[in-house]
Write a protein that binds this ligand. Structure first.
Ligand SMILES: [Fe+2]
Ligand SMILES: [Fe+2]
Length: 151
């Protein structure tokens, strides 16, 4: 599917078209967490679609608010599990969550105050952190949580 899209649209267009598409390669195979990650991607997609459709600032701002709020919900859920099961890299993982929240809240503040606009680059940044954080840091807790039968 990815291949056909590449051939048809060329690399940059295909990249935009697959923006915030959840892929099997992101799966941590812990159902509750994969569902939450999918929801984060869906919110990113919603933001991207609204932006592409030329929706106004208030619509974009409300979706961004939901993305920020759900990110907090998801991070708190993961942190709860890691703590409960004494994940050895908890502190490092939480610090990464905190840094991501700080970055996205800073953007939200700038957007709400009119200092920043919603641009593809911002969405690409959000997509990039979701992707990198899941595939580097979230993947690292899989053996620990799986061993505790977290589902
Ligand atoms: Fe996560
Ligand atoms: Fe995480």
């Amino acid at each position: 599917m990815g291949r056909a899209a590449d051939l048809k649209f060329g690399a940059p267009a295909a990249d935009i078209l697959s923006m915030f598409e959840w892929k099997q390669e992101y799966a941590v195979n812990i159902g509750s967490i994969d569902t939450q990650h999918q929801k984060l991607f869906a919110l990113g997609r919603e933001l991207y679609t609204a932006m592409s459709a030329g929706q106004g600032k208030s619509v974009l701002g409300r979706i961004l608010d939901r993305l920020v709020a759900y990110t907090a919900v998801h991070f708190a859920y993961e942190e709860g599990l890691m703590k409960l099961h004494q994940y050895p890299d908890f502190v490092k993982h939480k610090a990464e969550h905190d840094a991501l929240v700080k970055q996205v809240v800073a953007f939200q503040t700038d957007f709400n105050s009119g200092r920043a606009t919603m641009a593809v680059q911002v969405l690409q940044f959000i997509k990039g952190w979701l992707e990198k954080h899941i595939m580097n840091s979230d993947f690292a807790y899989i053996p620990c949580l799986k061993a505790q039968k977290v589902a």
